[in-house]
Each structure stands twice: as C-alpha cells, then as structure tokens.
Design a protein around this ligand. Structure first.
Ligand code: ADP
Ligand code: MG
Length: 661
C-alpha cells in the first residue's frame, strides 16, 4: 500500500498559515499593510491582552464590495496583481493573496466593510476558515477587521506565545515601523484601552519620528538626501555623539516597506567607522526608493527580507548617502565651524579656504608668531611610513627608547628608485612634521578618502548648487586652556578645540590616505587559504582591489586561494585570518575593504604620534591645528569617537551672564 497521503484542505491551510502568521504581531503587520494598500489616510489599531484575545484594525480606505468579501479570504486571491509580469513592478505592500486566508485559518475573524460608492456595507464572519455570516450592514466607508482568539484551533502555536506584554511590544514595534514608513497616514495605536501612539499624518517623516521615538531621538538626527543611479536615499541618521548601544534603532525601508537588510547595515556601519565611541552603533530611519524591477520582494513569505539585483549599488548608495550627511552635519551642529558655502558640496565650494590663497589667513593674537612657520616641510610619504614603522616597533619592542631607535626604512613604490637614508627622528619631530604637512596639503588630497567620483560629483549632477561668493572664516586664537584646549574666536562664536584629539585625527586621516599605496611583502611560499564559496567568489572578483591594499592573491582550486604576498605592515599576522577578513569585507561590498586591524594600528600610531594634553605646544603648532580643524570637516571626532571641537555662540555666553534672556 502506498504511503503518501494527500493532506486535507484544513491541514494544508494550517500549514500554509503557519508561514505567514506565527504570532499576533504578524496579523497586525498583514492587516496594516492591507489598510495602507486600500488608500486609507487614517488607521486605528487596537489590541487587548497582547493581541491574543482581541485585535481590531479600522481604516478609511476603499473598502471591499459585498461579493468580493468571501473571495478575499481564499488563498491566492488578490486584487493587486493579475499576471506574471506584474510581479516585476510591485508597488503595493501585499500581492501574494495569502494574508486574510492565513488569518482566518487560525482565528475568529469579523469584517465590517463598505466601499464609498455603495449605499450599504457588509458584515462577514469566518472562523477557522469556515464562513459563519455574510450579510448587508450599515457602516462607515472603509474596513474594520476584528481578529479574536488567535490560534484557538492550534494549541501547539498558542503554547509558544510569550507573555502578553511581550506580544504587545512586538505589535507596537510593527506599528512604529509602519508609522515611520507612511508619515502621510495618521496612525493610532491603542493597547488595553490606552493610546500609545498617534501620528500627525502630515506627510513629514520628522513628525513621524518625533511621535514614535520622542523628542530626544528626533533632535539627535541629521537629514539624509542622496541619489545614485536611480536609487534615492532619504531620511535621517544619528549624530555620531548620539549613537546607540545596538542595531535596534536602524530602520531601513525599501520602497516604503520595512526590511531587514544586512547590506544596508554593513554600509551604514562602514560609513560611521572611526567616528563612534567604542561599543556604539549608528541609528537611522532611511527610505531607500528604487525602481521595483531591481528589488525582489518575493523571496520571503512575510517579505521582511528582500534581494537586490545589484547589491553593490544599494551598498554604495547607503554608504555615500550617510557620508554625505555626516560631512554636512556641521550645518546645524555644535561643531558648525565651516563657512556656509562649504556645506553645499560642489567641487568649487567644498573648501574655498584651500582654493583661495587670500582666504587662508588666520589671525593669531600672539605677537611673536612667525608668519611662515618652520621647520621646512618634508615630503609626506616617508614620514608616514616612519610613523607606521615606529608604532610597530613600539608595539613589539617596548623596552627601547623611541628617541634613540634607528628608523627602519620601508621601501615604497615611488621612493624605490632613490633610496634615501632618513635621519633618526624624535616623536616630537614627527608631530611637528605631520602638523606642518597641513600647510602643503591641497584641497583635493584632503578629500581623497571619499570616492569623489561616486559621491561629490554625483551629488553635483543631481543637485546643482547655485554659485555663491566664497566666504572666509578668520579664526583668532585667544590662547590655550589647561595646556589641553585651544580657545578660538570666529564669526561671533567661541570654540574649544581639544588639541590632542584634533591632531590625532589629523594624523589618522593622513595615514589612511597613504595606506592606499601599501607595499606588499612577498611570502617565501604561497599560503593556501580555505574560504567559503561566497568569500572565494568575492575575492576572485576583487583581486585588483586586493592588490591595491597590498595583497597578492591567486585563485586556487575553489574555494581555496593562494596568498603570495601580504601588506608589509601586517606581515606578522596569520595570512589565513587576514585574507578571510578581507574576503568577508569584499563579500559585504565594503567601499574600503582594508582590514580592521589596519584601523586599530593607525589609531594607535596616531594616538602615540599626536601632541598630548599637557604638552608644551608652540604658537605655530596651535595655529596649524586650528587651521586644520577649520579647513577639514573630517577633523570633528578623534578616531575613538571623542569630539574634537565644542562651539559656544556669543548668545550662549551672554545668556549665562544674563545680558540677554
Ligand atoms: P494581498 O494583500 O496580498 O492582496 P490579502 O489576503 O491580504 O492579500 O487580501 C486579499 C484582498 O482583500 C486584497 O487584495 C484586497 O483586495 C482585499 N482587502 C484586504 N484588506 C483590505 C482592506 N483593509 N481594504 C480594502 N481591501 C482589502
Ligand atoms: Mg495583504
């Protein structure tokens, strides 16, 4: 006798329902999405006992006609698509025609609905997929769906429900996401007779964020607005000093649909690299709008995960959107020290102070400051190499005095032809040289770290800014406080600059700049590294990029690669570990795929080489620090996320002295 049974409709319905509805919050998600698709602009969600006994959703949308109501509860019945090609251009939240069928299979459902064009409405009742009532009824336009006693007929599922408060919180989280993604809808959430959320429905994302997360969170945000090859990224991201302890505050919406996206998460993490305090992560509410044909929402029954036809495009769009916003952050923040025109991010306007020699003047209040500070400027590259080498030496041989140590020469591509013996330098020499290199920097080299071709220029082409005359900020150095903070006056404001933090960031940026030309240390024998197939593919597609950062890698039998060379500065590390890490970085489309260990090394180099609090610092050195801070928007946080500069306006000070109220 055969062993295969055809399952009854009842059992197959329950199995199918289990995919879509696993707890009360999934009912709310589906019904809210239906309400939005119905064109409603006022929606109320009410729940009791964590949604276990009672959930009601009321909308003022298009309603369902008398004859359509029973059809709506049949699996794969939908008004949103009708043919195969519709799947490639889905702009509604629902399209699978499964939600109502799944809900009614596991609960007792009442529907009261009326289309505005009809004189009467409909009352429909269906319990465990069995129709119990279908009658005409007087009711307002729109649809109300009441779901009672979820899983009353699936005791196994009921057992897995958590405490009412936990289930209620899961529902609140869903309602919050919908409120954020649809600020044009006034959304009300009532839990056990208490209103917990009411959004204005004024179409402004900021109002929705304010209602959902409160005033403190809303005021810690900076706007994001960026377009890249048909992908538009708008919304808000957090100021670095207000970052959160976990990823819970990262909200991504693709075409107004809340999604969990590792690609977006990795992109935002990379954009905030080296500006957050340890243990902090970014928060954001980002709307990513893109043509529906480059995103596949049909990969997950609840559509929480999506797939992109070009993940790298999405990664880059999010990364550069955030980088842009962070550079623009100065506008409203306490660190607003760049002249107004530098905020507009056109090529000409980025750093007028660097372009316009006349504008570079900084007035110094010390009488004996030389107008042209000494010592003479040295070429940048060898100094950075030495800084790196010195720090490495310091890491591995702490018993030597840095001042007396011989400097190891690191061969460099450009300097190979003319090897030169550098004199031994003290840390102080390095500090001073690194400082005075600032004088030699051009505006373009200051900004190399951001991929300008896909960042500034694209921004330019999308949002051309009107030409404005160059403004200048002429900071006056008032003095030094506690041998730690430089007091500066400019444009009616007082600034306190942490000299160590500023200098540390300055050196860090410079080393990162030079890391692009890292030398490769050839290994005596190739090192065979086993990767996952994903990682293998990612590294094989990026062999040239790996070479740029000092790795000589050749594909071997998949999924192994032969590592023939590694960057000199990390040659002591295990090649397997570092190659796995860069493979992982390529897999996640990182814009800067260098190893995290580089950053750690550079942090430590920058920290050691930078001027310290309590050091005696010459007026000329203070001047260069101030100039660097005022000219380079990257110098706002030290590499560990501490702020570099604090601003107090004249009005702030006058308020303290009660000169103004
Ligand atoms: P889907 O949303 O994938 O189309 P559902 O099972 O969620 O499938 O809904 C089935 C159909 O019922 C929808 O296509 C829509 O026509 C109708 N419907 C459901 N909810 C509402 C509502 N609140 N207002 C108007 N029509 C609705
Ligand atoms: Mg639906």
């Amino acid at each position: 006798m055969g062993r295969i049974n055809l399952l009854s409709k009842e059992i197959s319905e329950l199995i199918a329902a289990g995919e879509v509805i696993d707890r009360p919050s999934s009912v709310i998600k589906e019904l809210l999405e239906n309400a939005i698709d119905s064109g409603a602009n006022v929606i109320t969600v009410e729940i009791k006992n964590g949604g276990r006994t009672y959930m009601r959703i009321t909308d003022n949308g298009c309603g369902i006609s008398f004859e359509d109501v029973p059809k709506a509860f049949v699996r794969h019945a939908t008004s949103k698509i009708s043919q195969k090609c519709d799947l490639d251009r889905i702009m509604t939240l629902g399209f699978r025609g499964e939600a109502l069928a799944s809900v009614c299979a596991v609960a007792k459902v009442d529907v009261i609905t009326k289309c505005p064009e009809n004189d009467y409405g409909t009352h429909y009742r269906i319990c465990g997929a069995q129709e119990e009532a279908h009658e005409q009824s007087g009711c307002p336009d729109g649809t109300t769906i009441i779901v009672r006693d979820i899983f009353y007929n699936v005791p196994a599922r009921l057992k897995f429900l958590k405490k009412d408060v936990t289930e209620g919180n899961a529902i609140a989280a869903i309602v919050n996401k919908i409120a954020l993604s649809h600020p044009e809808i006034s959304l009300k959430f009532v839990r056990d007779n208490k209103t917990e959320l009411l959004t204005a429905g004024d179409g402004k994302l900021y109002s929705a964020i304010y209602s959902v997360f409160g005033k403190d969170f809303a005021s810690s945000l900076i706007p994001v607005d960026y377009s890249n090859n048909g992908v538009k990224v708008t919304g808000y991201t957090v100021k670095p000093l207000s970052a959160k302890a976990n990823h819970a505050f990262q909200n991504f919406f693709i075409n107004r649909r809340y999604v969990k996206s590792l690609t977006c998460m990795h992109a935002i993490d990379e954009a905030y690299a080296n500006i957050l305090m340890t243990g902090k992560v970014a928060a954001c509410v980002l709307m990513i709008d893109l043509p529906p044909d480059i995103v596949d929402v049909n990969v997950h029954p609840t559509k929480i995960e999506v797939r992109f036809s070009n993940e790298k495009l999405i990664y880059d769009s999010v990364y550069f959107a955030i980088k842009n916003a962070l550079l623009n952050e100065d506008k409203e923040s306490d660190m607003d020290i760049t002249p107004a025109v530098t905020r507009n991010f056109t090529e000409q306007q980025l750093h007028p102070m660097f372009k316009d020699e006349k504008a570079q003047q900084i007035s110094i209040s010390f009488s004996d400051t030389p107008s042209n500070p000494q010592p003479a400027v040295r070429p940048v590259q060898p100094i950075v190499e030495q800084v790196v080498v010195k720090a490495k030496e310091e890491q591995y041989s702490t018993d030597c005095e840095l001042n007396n140590r011989a400097v190891i020469q690191v061969p460099h591509k450009e300097s190979d032809a003319m090897p030169q013996q550098e004199p031994v330098k003290s840390p102080r020499d390095i500090q001073t040289e690194a400082l005075f290199e600032a004088e030699n920097e051009s505006a373009s080299s200051q900004f190399k770290y951001i991929d300008k071709s896909s960042f500034v220029k694209k921004e330019l082409s999308v949002q051309p800014q009107p030409q404005q005359p160059a403004e200048t900020v002429i900071p006056t150095i008032i003095g030094e406080l506690f041998k730690t903070y430089i007091i500066v006056e400019a444009e009616g404001c007082m600034y306190l600059i942490d000299k160590h933090a500023a200098h540390e960031r300055f050196i860090f940026e410079k080393i990162k700049e030079d890391v692009k030309n890292l030398d490769c240390q050839m290994l005596l024998e190739p090192h065979i590294v086993q990767l996952s197939f994903d990682e293998y593919d990612a590294i094989c597609e990026n062999l040239d990029k790996a070479e740029e950062i000092g790795f000589m890698i050749e594909p071997d039998v998949a999924p192994t690669v032969a590592v023939k060379g590694v960057p000199l500065i990390i040659s002591e590390l295990n090649p397997s570990d570092v190659v796995c890490e860069i493979a992982e970085n390529f897999k996640h489309f990182k814009v800067n795929p260098q190893l995290d260990v580089f950053d750690e090394l550079f942090h430590s180099v920058a920290c050691k080489a930078a001027i310290k609090a309590n050091d005696n610092t010459s007026d000329a050195e203070l001047k260069v620090i101030v100039k660097a801070v005022f000219n380079n928007p990257k110098i706002r946080y030290c590499p560990h996320g501490r702020p570099v500069v604090i601003k107090l306006t004249k009005a702030d000070i006058e308020k303290q002295f009660r000169r103004i109220v």
